[in-house]
Design a protein around this ligand. Sequence first.
Ligand SMILES: *Cc1c(COP(=O)(O)O)cnc(C)c1O
Length: 239
Amino acid sequence: MSDSFPTTMADRLAAIRARMAAACDRAGRPHDSVALLPVSKTFDAGAVREAAGLGLRRFGENKTQEIRQKAPELADLGLQWVMIGHLQTNKAKEAARIAAEVQSLDRLELAEALQRRLDLEGRVLDVLVQVKTSPEPSKFGLAPEDLPALLRAVARGCPALRVQGLMTMAVNSDDAGAVRACFARLRTLRDQMRGEGIDGVSLERLSMGMSGDFELAIEEGSTEVRIGSALFGARDYGA
Ligand SMILES: *Cc1c(COP(=O)(O)O)cnc(C)c1O
């Protein structure tokens, strides 16, 4: 047991919320300007149910298959599933059916595949465009210079996709300056894109910040932080 990792989920949630509020205070932002998206990937339906009992309703997952496995057991709760992981085009059909939102839209081919499936389902989908702000080759996301063309193409050709904003993952580094620069990059891009006034594209939301860097993200303008391990505990990928 350690002070830095409270033992109950309720205590961990309270600690995260307190840190979010303190970061908002430092940045001179209202506390309700930043939402919390719990990331439940690799955690079972029981953990999600416990989090739902604490008032959380939207959950981030990175595989459609994992949503499909957990959702039936949790059907009584009316939860919303948010795709935050890399989405293969052949998974667009499933995402269009079970996701309330996709934050990992990173290419036109995926947008068009989602559009086709949403048409068939008679649904619309909120999306964020994932932008690569980090130099790490392992990170997914659209190159910043390709953003204007993608936003225009989606606005023109994908009416079932409602673009709400941008998402990014910062560089995985102990250098706070380098992490902060990734978040600042996303905010600057958003401001530039707003200046272009693309019809049908709203860029209110900036999804940035995870367990290890969410306070920096809030200071740089994040409107939602995606928190997994600080809430649910360490992930066991071997399970
Ligand atoms: C896993 C994941 C998170 C949460 O990571 P933690 O460090 O556990 O908070 C956030 N965003 C994305 C895209 C992820 O894949």
